[in-house]
Structures are given as C-alpha cells and as structure tokens.
Design a protein around this ligand. Structure first.
Ligand code: GTP
Ligand code: MG
Length: 195
C-alpha cells in the first residue's frame, strides 16, 4: 500500500474509546523497546510519527493509527518491562487481553522479537497465547541490521524453535534503518486486512 495519509485517531485504554469506523485492524505487540513504533513508522513512511524512544515502557495506551482511511494500525504498549509495578502490569494485561480477545475488527497481530536474542519468557508466552486464541500472527524478528547476514538463517531457526512455531507460522526478518522486510510485511498485512 502506498501510504500518504496517517492520523493518530485515538489513544485508548478501554473499549468505549476504540474507534467506531469499522476498518480492519492490525496490532503490533512485543517487548518494550523491541521496535514496535519504529516498524510502524517504516510501514507508514514516517520518520517519527509513532512515538519512538530510548525510554522503554513509554507507550502506555493502545494507539490507533488511521492509515489511508482503510485500516488501523494499533500500537500496543510493550510487555516485560521490569520497572513497571505489579499493579501496572495487571492493568496492562487486562487492557491487552480485552482488546485482543474481543475486538471484532482485529485481523492480525504482528509480534516483534529481537533478532539478537533468544525469545524471552514473555515472548514465548505471548506467542503461545496468540496461537491459543487462533489470532493470525506474523512474527517479525527486528534489528536484523545488528546481525551479520551469515547468521540470519540461524536467527530464524532459533526463533522458531524458541517460540514453538510450526512451519506454517510466518516469520520475517526486519530492520528499521534499512527498511528491510517492509514489502513482505505489507503483503502479509494486506492479505489479512483485505483478504
Ligand atoms: P515501547 O513503545 O517502549 O514499547 O518501545 P517500542 O517497541 O515502540 O520501540 P521503539 O520503536 O521506540 O524502539 C526502541 C529503540 O530501538 C529505539 O532506540 C530505536 O531506534 C531502536 N530500534 C528500533 N528498531 C530498530 C532496528 O531495526 N534496528 C536498530 N538498529 N535499532 C532499532
Ligand atoms: Mg512504542
């Protein structure tokens, strides 16, 4: 999709605040600081539209981005950030669970993992949880620019094994600075959103 118009329509913590236009939605989940906002920005051709930061845990609400009046990207606050209190963690869990299990417009979830590391316990739990709820999921291993090309195959197999993916679960490597993987991710999104 050629994207020229994007608008942050809503920062929501509860279903009453979700947009009501009915466009298909694609959600972005992953550990805090993994690069969700950066991926979103590359997909919509913006340098810094979705807020990126070196401060993990910054994004605290579900942020709905209206893309070309055709779909929403939903930037989900990151999990697994150690400095967040137990109460905040529970509030986060509730908010995400409500959105992911009850949102009719949700067509697919992009789960980001860090290509440099084995998946964390939180990554594995999230992937298995999405599989349990039968949510179409694309795993994106990001920050691939930090890994030599010769190791990309190894990264992919480690990630697949660690997360417990089946061969038909899609996984792509991505790099925000190099925009690597952008077209393939868009293909997946368009298939999920528009069939
Ligand atoms: P939260 O909103 O806190 O959950 O973080 P986030 O997942 O949205 O991460 P964000 O996009 O803000 O990126 C976190 C840091 O990683 C920033 O310093 C980015 O510049 C950096 N980063 C993101 N993607 C990449 C990538 O593909 N390669 C490299 N080298 N750095 C990246
Ligand atoms: Mg973010």
């Amino acid at each position: 999709m050629e994207v020229n118009n994007v608008e942050l329509v809503m920062s929501a913590v509860a279903p009453e605040q979700y947009p009501t236009t009915g466009y298909p939605e694609i959600a972005f989940v992953g550990r805090s600081n993994v690069g969700k906002s950066s991926l979103t920005n590359v997909l919509i051709n913006r340098r810094s539209y979705a807020r990126t930061s070196s401060q993990p845990g910054k994004t605290q609400t579900l942020n709905f981005y209206n893309v070309e009046d055709q779909l929403y990207f939903v930037d989900v606050p990151g999990y697994g950030y150690a400095k967040v209190s137990q109460a905040e963690r529970e509030r986060w869990g509730q908010m995400i669970e409500t959105y992911l299990t009850q949102r009719e417009q949700l067509r697919g979830v992009i789960q980001l993992v860090d290509a440099r590391h084995e998946p964390t316990k939180d990554d594995i739990q999230m992937f298995q949880w999405l599989a349990y709820y039968d949510l179409p999921t694309l795993v994106v291993a990001t920050k691939a620019d930090k890994i030599p090309r010769s190791k990309w195959n190894k990264v992919e197999s480690t990630m697949r094994k660690g997360l417990g993916m089946t061969p038909d679960n899609p996984l792509l490597l991505f790099s925000a600075p190099q925009k690597m993987g952008k077209d393939a991710i868009w293909d997946w999104i368009e298939t999920q959103a528009f069939g």
